[in-house]
Ligand binder design. Structure first.
Ligand SMILES: [Zn+2]
Length: 408
């Protein structure tokens, strides 16, 4: 029995559905800056299937699935941009920025909105969608609005407050489309030079690992896929490169952070970050642009950073797998808010009997023996010894030491 005409018919129906999707796109994303590579990939897939003598029904089905995902993705973006438009612009024109900057729910909403925009732009999380992230944004906005009257406005997305930092750095009139076209390469069939270099570095790294296996008479699980990647890189064939990356990705445990939750408030100065990733690979963690920390993932796919030190207020933690970053170039951005918490509040200096104030951290020390707090000048007064009865401690932590802030 010949089923081929049905498949071809199905394909032509899908092409019509895609035209409908393009209409949705032009209404929710008029500049066409969202998930450009995904659209491009789908178009190539259409072209490829049309040229086939006999496209299989599985191929057509898989294309259909992607079209459905794309529709949801665009709907999620639409919801995101409606939310952002109706919130940020009006808020910044009505409420003093000082007040906004001190509102945690406002900052969380702003960070979430910025991150979501980048995710949509790069087509990230296409398979699972960004519904959850948009829900989260809604949640932060609702939290903020609980105290504010309802606000509505219609403004271009590029005018939003969340793009302020970019605007400030551009000399001319800010144009979002311009900005993004400089940031991402939207031309078809071309991966940026930096991206190619990153993929190459990733390839060499894995290749050296696989070579080490070979010498021991074993085969690295990625060996065959690396050969494909090498071919793609050598021929500079984008399709082959992306195919190889996808295939490698299937065999590598994706990196995920299990704790802490993004956008939490905490009272703890020292926290622990845990997650899962590919065994034996290296995870990098960068806190507020400090020197990066690194750990190796254990055989059970777990990794942990102990005693991460937070600053008061907002903290940005950037976490990624160094070895496999080249696969999707994705870094986790966590925003953790350390609420003001001073362990010495409510206590008194033993010598002066004065209650400690928040802003005195730099002149308060903590005894290493009895763990009590006292003014540094009280210690000086006491021949550089702890003032507490029967302690006699001679060593102290100051506000720059971790132990100074701990609860014990
Ligand atoms: Zn002491």
């Amino acid at each position: 029995m010949k089923t081929q005409p049905i498949v071809k018919f199905h394909l032509s129906k899908l092409a019509e559905a895609y035209q409908e999707l393009l209409k949705i796109r032009s209404s929710v994303d008029e500049h066409g800056i969202i998930a450009v590579e995904i659209f491009h990939g789908i178009e190539k897939e259409f072209k490829y299937l049309r040229e086939l003598e006999e496209p299989s029904s599985a191929q057509v089905k898989s294309l259909e699935k992607r079209l459905i995902q794309l529709k949801h993705y665009l709907q999620q973006f639409d919801r995101y941009s409606q939310l952002s438009k109706s919130f940020f612009q009006k808020i910044t024109s009505q409420i003093d920025s000082q007040i906004l900057q001190s509102s945690y729910s406002y900052l969380a909403a702003k960070n979430r909105a910025r991150q979501l925009f980048e995710d949509f732009r790069d087509g990230r999380y296409f398979d699972i969608g960004l519904q959850k992230g948009v829900d989260q944004l809604r949640h932060f906005i609702d939290l903020f609005r609980a105290k504010m009257p309802s606000l509505n406005t219609q403004v271009p997305i590029g005018d939003l407050d969340i793009f302020q930092p970019i605007r400030q750095n551009s000399d001319e009139e800010f144009d979002l489309k311009d900005y993004l076209s400089k940031q991402i390469d939207t031309s078809p069939n071309k991966i940026s030079v930096d991206r190619i270099k990153q993929i190459k570095d990733g390839y060499y790294y894995l290749y050296s690992k696989s070579l080490a296996y070979q010498i021991q008479g074993k085969e690295h699980k990625l060996a065959k896929r690396l050969t494909l990647l090498e071919t793609g890189l050598r021929k500079q064939n984008e399709q082959v490169i992306y195919k190889a990356l996808r295939l490698i990705q299937q065999l590598v445990q994706p990196t995920a952070i299990t704790s802490p939750t993004n956008y939490i408030n905490t009272q703890q100065k020292l926290i622990k970050l845990t997650g899962i990733s590919e065994p034996d690979s290296t995870i990098i963690l960068r806190i507020n642009n400090n020197r990066p920390l690194r750990v190796v993932v254990d055989q059970d796919q777990n990794f942990v950073f102990e005693d991460i030190e937070l600053q008061f207020g907002d903290n940005t933690l950037i976490c990624y797998n160094q070895d496999f970053l080249f696969l999707d170039n994705h870094k986790y951005h966590l925003h953790i808010h350390l609420e003001r918490h001073y362990p010495f509040i409510g206590m008194y200096d033993p010598l002066t009997q004065k209650a400690f104030q928040e802003n005195e951290a730099q002149i308060i020390v903590r005894c290493k023996i009895c763990k009590n707090y006292e003014y540094d000048f009280s210690v000086e007064e006491n021949n550089n010894r702890c003032v507490f009865p029967k302690c006699d401690g001679k060593e102290f932590w100051n506000w720059e030491d971790r132990e100074y802030w701990s609860e014990q």
